[in-house]
Design a protein around this ligand. Structure first.
Ligand code: FES
Length: 173
């Protein structure tokens, strides 16, 4: 009997799937997106946990976008774009850096770990850096575990979500 219980426990332990984080990457069309592409072309491996969303400029990534990704089930979000001096829209990358500060506040207000979000400036030539950042982020979030945000949690209270966004990071047209 005891043997049977041990075997069942073993089987359960074996069959438990390892947590694989879902990470959304907002990548600028002009630098980080090509960096992701070049990493693949150069056979630099990085985990397949990422879903890349191409944006024209990192400055376009409103904190609300990141929040939405998190409440829709992402365990982490990476916002990646050009270095300040390379941004094709002059102030986009700088604006993104300012927005990121607001984003950190939102994440704190939601009670999430700050390591669930990350901002990086990665040029097209820095594709090894892109692969490294993704590897680091996947490892980091594996340690944290799944996001404590219940999928769609904030949407149960639309008021709460809109209040947070409006207070910390109003969406600009
Ligand atoms: S164009 Fe890449 S961050 Fe602005």
């Amino acid at each position: 009997m005891e043997k049977k219980v041990k075997e069942t426990t073993k089987q359960k332990t074996k069959s438990k799937p390892q947590f694989e984080p879902r990470i959304v990457v907002f990548a600028c069309n002009w630098c980080s997106y090509p960096a992701a592409d070049a990493a693949g072309i150069n056979r630099l491996q990085y985990p397949a946990n990422v879903r890349i969303i191409r944006v024209m400029c990192m400055g376009r990534v409103d904190p609300g976008f990141v929040l939405k990704a998190l409440v829709m089930g992402a365990d982490g979000v990476l916002v990646s774009g050009c270095h300040f001096e390379d941004c094709h829209y002059s102030f986009g990358a700088r604006k993104a850096a300012e927005q990121y500060k607001k984003l950190e506040k939102i994440v704190h207000m939601l009670g999430l770990e700050k390591e669930r979000i990350r901002q990086e400036f990665i040029s097209a030539a820095e594709f090894p850096k892109f692969a490294k950042v993704v590897r680091e982020m996947v490892e980091q979030i594996k340690k944290l575990g799944p996001s404590p945000l219940e999928r769609g949690a904030l949407y149960k209270d639309q008021k709460l979500e809109s209040e947070i966004i409006e207070e910390v990071a109003p969406v600009t047209p």
